[in-house]
Design a protein around this ligand. Structure first.
Ligand SMILES: *[C@@H]1O[C@H](CO)[C@@H](O)[C@H](O)[C@H]1NC(C)=O
Ligand SMILES: *[C@@H]1O[C@H](CO)[C@@H](O)[C@H](O)[C@H]1NC(C)=O
Ligand SMILES: *[C@@H]1O[C@H](CO)[C@@H](O)[C@H](O)[C@H]1NC(C)=O
Ligand SMILES: *[C@@H]1O[C@H](CO)[C@@H](O)[C@H](O)[C@H]1NC(C)=O
Ligand SMILES: [Fe+2]
Length: 443
């Protein structure tokens, strides 16, 4: 049964009653203020390249005298300490937004901090964040998903429950947010950001661009997020536990009207980043190289797209010259995993290179794999609903069409595990696998 609820003039179509309650709760916690307000909303935090810093980002609809975060160690009795940042603005259609960013530094790993953001005009309520951990025994746990919108946000309450339970270190959203972030003069994006605020204020919410963010050269996306690396949140990498995580844009290959130069700029950066991440010293410290982007290189879903073509642009190079093939680059540097979305489904492949299955040792495909392990996780829930599949290629290991999301744990230097959590089946784990490597690279 579909229930349509109205709240503060906004509509959300949802499919179960539990979700209605939690949605109502979000708005009680974070009321959406009318335009022209200096009330901080859409608050979210992002990790930086440095584990001791975090960036807090929020939006107001009027300019404020300052952009400030007040913070202290969680539960401490000391007065909240101010840190100031800066604001930028952008216009989306008829609506002007002010984006505020404050960097908190000298934070301790795996530590909780209380904070409030805003300005002398208006303060948010008090939130608590937890920083990423560090050290040799740190085993970070991530929720990973793509294609998560405001309408039909199926997995929202389950994601919130996971984060509230305290076991998640960060969320990695691999593109297609809000559906569509720019719609209704960007109000769809505002609604989405307010929806995820309950989790994105607690742990880093890391993003990359998907095709649904294409509008005006990804302007909404670039303006609203604060990913590390100085490339407007389009591509970056960060180290966490035993993993080097690379987040980048496959959209530069597909929206060439915004400039083909972007392909080369990103490719160059990817190669430099991989070089640095794969020196013997770097690999000794962080053996896992996990790359993520929105469009997959392989998919079994038969629908319009790039991934089900053998000469996929993302996998094999650009349409123009078939240059810059990403699979070749990743294979050269021993990238372990490539995680994507776009297809509204969960698909796990056997280790692969150039359509060849390169299973690992001891009859265990993921133990010392000889190729890249590909995963699609694009079923968190959006208004475009599910994708279907009707192909069973020999490189496809498992497919599941339920709404849900992936939990990824970087246990240590030899084990990374994945669980696919179904929202349709009340949190049932519908797939689970572990990639085991005795040493970095391929065998
Ligand atoms: C916050 O700003 C609104 C106007 O945007 C004002 O009505 C309200 O009183 C302010 N609240 C505080 C606590 O300053
Ligand atoms: C689109 O944005 C990128 C930055 O992400 C910029 O380098 C490029 O020049 C822009 N393209 C156009 C056509 O504005
Ligand atoms: C890879 O492993 C899977 C599972 O054991 C098996 O079904 C498949 O045939 C293997 N493929 C190759 C090429 O070894
Ligand atoms: C790495 O983690 C896996 C899974 O938790 C565990 O089985 C294994 O013993 C660990 N290895 C080391 C060296 O701690
Ligand atoms: Fe997409």
């Amino acid at each position: 049964m579909n229930i349509v609820i109205k709240f503060c003039g906004m509509m959300a179509e949802v499919k179960n009653v539990g979700f209605v309650f939690s949605l109502a709760l979000i708005f009680l916690v974070a009321p959406i203020q009318s335009e022209g307000s200096t009330f901080p909303e859409q608050i979210h935090i992002a990790a930086t390249e440095d584990p001791t810093s975090v960036i807090v980002t929020w939006i107001t609809f009027a300019s404020t005298p300052d952009s400030t975060v007040l913070w202290r160690l969680h539960g401490s009795a000391i007065k909240l300490q101010p840190v100031s940042g800066y604001s930028t603005n952008f216009n989306d259609g008829k609506v002007k937004r002010f984006v505020h960013r404050v960097k908190l530094s000298d934070l301790k790993p795996s530590t909780k901090y209380d904070y409030q953001c805003g300005s002398s005009a208006n303060w948010s309520s008090l939130y608590t964040m937890r920083t990423l951990g560090s050290g040799p025994d740190y085993s970070p746990v991530f929720l990973v998903y793509g294609d998560f919108g405001y309408d039909n946000a199926q997995s929202m309450s389950r994601i919130r429950a996971e984060v509230n339970a305290g076991g998640i270190d960060a969320i990695l959203h691999v593109g297609d947010l809000a559906y569509d972030i720019f719609e209704d003069d960007g109000r769809k994006g505002d609604n989405f950001m307010n929806m995820i605020q309950s989790v994105a204020t607690q742990i880093p919410y890391m993003t990359l661009p998907g095709n649904h963010e294409y509008y005006q050269n990804f302007s909404d996306y670039r303006n609203r997020f604060s990913m590390p690396g100085g490339h407007e949140s389009i591509f970056y990498s960060f180290d966490v536990g035993k993993a080097h995580i690379i987040m980048f844009s496959t959209e530069v290959y597909l929206f060439i009207e915004f400039g083909v130069k972007q392909i080369g700029i990103q490719y160059e950066w990817l190669e430099q980043d991989l070089k640095k991440a794969t020196t013997p010293e770097a690999l000794a410290e962080r053996p896992w190289i996990i790359a993520m982007a929105h469009h997959p290189m392989y998919c079994s879903t038969v629908s319009f797209g790039d991934c089900n073509r053998r000469a996929s642009i993302i996998r094999a190079g650009t349409l123009v010259a078939h240059s810059d093939p990403l699979e070749k680059l990743f294979y050269k540097y021993g990238v372990d995993m490539f995680v994507s979305g776009h297809k509204h489904i969960y698909e796990r492949m056997w280790p692969l290179y150039d359509y060849q299955v390169l299973n690992g040792s001891y009859d265990a495909p993921y133990t010392n794999p000889k190729g890249i392990v590909h995963l699609i996780t694009g079923s968190a829930g959006c208004r475009e609903r599910h994708d279907t599949y009707n192909e069973q290629p020999d490189w496809l290991a498992f497919v599941n069409g339920d709404y849900g999301f992936t939990k990824m744990t970087v246990h240590n230097g030899t084990h990374v595990s994945f669980k696919q959590i179904s929202d349709d089946q009340d949190g049932k784990i519908v797939d689970s696998f572990t990639v085991i490597k005795e040493k970095p690279g391929y065998y």
